[in-house]
Design a protein around this ligand. Structure first.
Ligand SMILES: C[S@@+](CC[C@H](N)C(=O)[O-])C[C@H]1O[C@@H](n2cnc3c(N)ncnc32)[C@H](O)[C@@H]1O
Length: 186
């Protein structure tokens, strides 16, 4: 069975936590990774990697001294990600809400970049707010929190955390087309 069909089946079964049934396109992966300076990053975090549609592009660009830490709650996706054989990749079966505690356990006190494809608009609002606050807290000063969404409805909530330090772009070559938020901690 192809990776896309496997993703479709699993995402459909768990629509309330996946928020889509099609993995992100390479165009969207490119857009969300644009602000990442791979040369100076020590720790990159990915929230909601699914079956690795964006993860594989991050891994391709990773410098030898950088770690990628992924947070995925879905068993099937988690097991699929474990098949990726790369010593710089740490896959955790943990909720994004616990990003700070989990990174601390690994010996990291901050993240340079957080790349999120979590379906924030459909997660319970206390959970999505906790995720944003925890992400903000663990992000290094001047670090970026990158998030894509299929609508602009979450803009206000991101503003509550990141204030005016948000810029927006749009990627039409994805199904569905997506808005990409670049949020900076200042
Ligand atoms: C829209 S899919 C994105 C998959 C992949 N990154 C892509 O772009 O194709 C969202 C993913 O977030 C995961 N997810 C949902 N809630 C989560 C949470 N609280 N912590 C970690 N992952 C979560 C889902 O299991 C799903 O794999």
């Amino acid at each position: 069975m192809s990776k896309k069909i496997k993703f479709f089946k699993e995402a459909l079964k768990n629509y309330k936590t996946s928020g889509t049934v099609v993995p992100s396109s390479r165009f969207l992966a490119n857009e969300i990774l644009k602000p990442v300076n791979f040369k100076n990053a020590k720790v990159i975090v990915e929230l909601g990697p699914g079956n690795g549609a964006i993860t594989k592009y991050i891994l391709k660009k990773l410098q030898p001294s950088t770690m990628l830490v992924c947070f995925e709650i879905n068993d099937t996706f988690y097991n699929e990600l474990l098949q990726i054989n790369n010593p710089q990749l740490k896959v955790l079966k943990a909720s994004a809400e616990d990003v700070k505690e989990e990174l601390n356990k690994l010996g990291f006190d901050q993240a340079d970049y957080i790349i999120s494809s979590l379906p924030l608009t459909i997660l319970p609002s206390n959970l999505s707010e906790n995720i944003l606050r925890a992400s903000y807290n663990i992000l290094k000063n001047k670090g970026y929190f990158m998030q894509f969404q299929y609508s602009l409805s979450y803009y206000k909530k991101l503003k509550k955390i990141f204030g005016e330090n948000i810029s927006l772009s749009f990627e039409p070559l994805n199904f569905p087309p997506a808005f990409v938020y670049k949020c900076t901690k200042k």
